[in-house]
Design a protein around this ligand. Sequence first.
Ligand SMILES: [Zn+2]
Length: 208
Amino acid sequence: MARRPGSDADVPHTTDDGAPVVVRRSARRRRTVAAFWEDGSAVIAIPASFTKSQEREWVRRMLAKLKKQGERQTGSGRRRPATDQALAKHAEHLSQTYLGGRAVPSSVRWVSNQNSRWGSATPADGTIRLSNKLQRMPQWVIDYVLVHELAHLLVAGHNAQFWKLVEAYPETQRAKAFLEGVAFATSRGIPTEPDPEGHGDSAADIAD
Ligand SMILES: [Zn+2]
C-alpha cells in the first residue's frame, strides 16, 4: 500500500513488506508495549493512555523490532523444517474441513523460487509448494491458496468440478480478489513485493 505524500507523520498502516499494521489500545496495559504477528497482521499493543505521538513513536519502534526478528528467523534463506511441518499439518486440517479429507498431499512446503505463482501442485506425486511471498499475507488468503492446490490433487484443471471443490472454502471469492489486487499493484509498480517478471498474473494462474 502506497503512503500518501506528506503523510509521513501518520502512524504506518502497513509494514515495509506490505502487511497490515493493527494498533491495539488496552486500558489494562500501563507501561508495556508488545508487538506480534496475528493472522498475517503486525499487531502493536499499547496502553490506552498513549498520545498520538507516543503511538506513532512506539509503532515505528516495534515494527523495526519485528522486522529485525523476522530477518533473524529467515536469515540466509535457510529452510525451516518446523514451518514446513506446520504447513503440512494445516493443509491436512483444511483438506478435512473443506474437501472431506480426500486430498492427501505427500509434501507441502514453502519455496522462494516461484516468481509468478502463489502456489503449485503436482498431482502425479502429490506435492504442493507455496510461495513464501504468501507468508506475510492474511491467513485466510494463504488458506485459499492451500485449498486451491489441495483441490488440484483431485482435479488437475480449472473446470467447473474444480471450482465447486474450491468454493467449499468460504473466503474463495474474497481471496481471489485480494490476490488479483496484489498482482495488479505489482504489475503497476506499486510497491508491494519484488516481482522480477513484473507481470500481472490473475488468481486463476496460481497453479499448474
Ligand atoms: Zn489452479
